[in-house]
Design a protein around this ligand. Structure first.
Ligand code: M6R
Length: 369
C-alpha cells in the first residue's frame, strides 16, 4: 500500500502536487472565475457576513492562521482564528452575520465538532473544510468544501494541510469574488497562479536531497527553532509541530519580529534555526527585516537554515544552508515553503530511529475533548 515508499508519510508528501490539483479540479471555470456550488450558503448571505471565525486544531489550525491573511486581504472582512478547544469556553461573540469555518482533515475531531455545534447554536452558519466524505463535521455543518487529498494514513498531516490551504484560498477568493473588492484584478491573477501551483510543489519535491542530508546531520541536536513572518509565521509553527510530533525534539516557531522581545535569548552556538523568508517582491519591507534577523541570530552563533525564493540573493551571505523555493505570490508561499519542513521532520525522525507513521502518544484523529 505504501507504493514503494518507506512510509505512508513519504508517500503522502510525494502525493501533494496531485492532491493540490485535485482540490482545484472543477472549481475554476473556463473564464478563470471560481464556481463553488457546494458552498450552499448563498451569495446574498455571504455578502451579509461581517465577520469570519475559523476554528480548528493542530495542523488544521495552522491552515486557518494562513487563511486569515488571505481572507482579510482579499475580502476586507475581519477574520479571527481560534483553537477549537478554547473557542466555546470563552463565550465568543457570534451571530447570523458570522461565517464560521471549521477545518478538519478527519471530520471527527471532537474539539472542532463541539466548537461548530456551539457556533450553530448561536445562529452562525458553519462551512466545513474537510477531507473525509460523510464524516461528522461536514454532516453537522451548513455547507462543506471537501479537500481532495485522498486518504491520509500517516498521523502527521502533510497533503491534507496543503489541500486545506488550497480550500482556504478558494474560500477567500470566492468571498472576494462574490462581494466584489478592489482586488478584483489581483484575485483573477491569483486564481491563475493557484491553477499552476501543483507544478511548483513538484519542483520543490525534486530538490529535497540536500534537505534530507541536512536533517540527518542534525539528529543529535536537542532543539530546533523556526522563524517566519506574515504567512511564513504559521509555516514556522507548522514546521515546529512536525518536528515535535515526529522527531520528539524541542521545536518552537516564532514570529521573527518577536525575536528581540524574548526568543533571541535562546540563541547559542550551533543552535539550528530555520527561517522562512518572505518574497523580496511584494511586501519587501518584511523581507529586509527578516534578513536583518538572520544576520542577528547568526552573529550569536545560530546555524541558519534559510528557506528563500529563487533569485533572492540578499540571504546568501547569511545562510549556512539555503533551501530554494519557487517564486510564488506572497499569500500562496506556504504551499511551497511547508514542503521542505515536512521532508526535514520526516528525515530527522527517521535518523533518530522513530516510527514516522505512528508517532508515540498520538492518534490520527482525536475523538475526545
Ligand atoms: O483531523 P483534524 O484535521 O481535525 O486533526 C487536527 C489535528 O489533530 C491534526 O492536524 C494534528 O495536529 C496532526 N497530527 C498534525 O500533523
Amino acid at each position: 500500500e505504501k507504493g514503494g515508499y518507506a512510509s505512508f508519510m513519504l508517500k503522502e508528501i510525494a502525493e501533494q502536487p496531485k492532491a493540490v490539483a485535485d482540490t482545484l479540479l472543477g472549481r475554476i471555470d473556463a473564464s478563470g472565475s471560481l464556481t463553488l456550488d457546494e458552498v450552499r450558503i448563498s451569495a446574498a448571505e455571504l455578502r451579509e457576513m461581517d465577520k469570519v471565525v475559523i476554528v480548528a486544531c493542530g495542523t488544521a489550525f495552522h491552515a486557518g492562521l494562513i487563511a486569515k491573511y488571505a481572507i482579510e486581504h482579499w475580502t476586507r472582512i475581519p477574520c479571527e482564528v481560534e483553537l477549537a478547544s478554547e473557542f466555546r469556553y470563552r463565550d465568543p461573540i457570534l451571530d447570523q452575520q458570522t461565517l464560521v469555518i471549521a477545518i478538519s482533515q478527519s471530520g471527527e475531531t471532537m474539539d472542532t465538532l463541539m466548537a461548530l455545534r456551539h457556533a450553530r447554536e448561536q445562529g452562525s452558519k458553519v462551512l466545513a473544510i474537510c477531507n473525509t466524505n460523510g464524516s461528522t463535521i461536514p454532516r453537522e455543518s451548513d455547507a462543506v468544501l471537501y479537500t481532495h487529498a485522498g486518504p491520509e494514513v500517516a498521523v502527521a498531516s502533510t497533503k491534507a494541510f496543503l489541500t486545506q490551504l488550497v480550500a482556504c484560498y478558494l474560500v477567500a477568493l470566492y468571498l472576494g469574488q462574490v462581494r466584489g473588492t478592489k482586488w478584483g484584478d489581483e484575485i483573477r491573477a491569483v486564481i491563475r497562479d493557484l491553477a499552476r501551483i501543483g507544478g511548483a510543489v513538484e519542483r520543490v519535491l525534486g530538490t529535497m536531497e540536500p534537505v534530507r542530508e541536512l536533517a540527518r546531520s542534525l539528529a543529535g541536536k536537542d532543539t530546533v527553532l523556526f522563524l517566519g513572518r506574515h504567512v511564513g509565521y504559521p509555516v514556522a509553527l507548522e514546521g515546529a509541530l512536525k518536528l515535535k510530533e515526529l522527531a520528539y525534539m524541542h521545536a518552537e516557531g516564532f514570529a521573527a519580529g518577536e525575536l528581540k522581545h524574548g526568543p533571541i535569548a535562546l540563541i547559542e552556538e550551533g543552535l539550528p534555526v530555520v527561517v522562512v523568508v518572505p518574497s523580496p517582491r511584494g511586501r519587501s519591507v518584511l523581507h529586509d527585516k527578516i534578513v536583518s534577523n538572520i544576520q542577528e541570530i547568526r552573529a550569536r552563533g545560530a546555524r541558519t537554515i534559510v528557506i528563500a525564493e529563487e533569485g533572492d540573493e540578499a540571504v546568501v551571505p547569511y545562510a549556512d544552508h539555503l533551501v530554494r523555493i519557487p517564486v510564488t505570490p506572497t499569500l500562496l508561499q506556504p504551499l511551497v515553503a511547508t514542503v521542505p519542513l515536512q521532508v526535514f521532520a520526516c528525515e530527522l525522525a527517521t535518523a533518530r530511529g522513530n516510527e514516522v507513521d505512528q508517532p508515540r502518544n498520538l492518534a490520527k484523529s482525536v475523538t475526545v475533548e
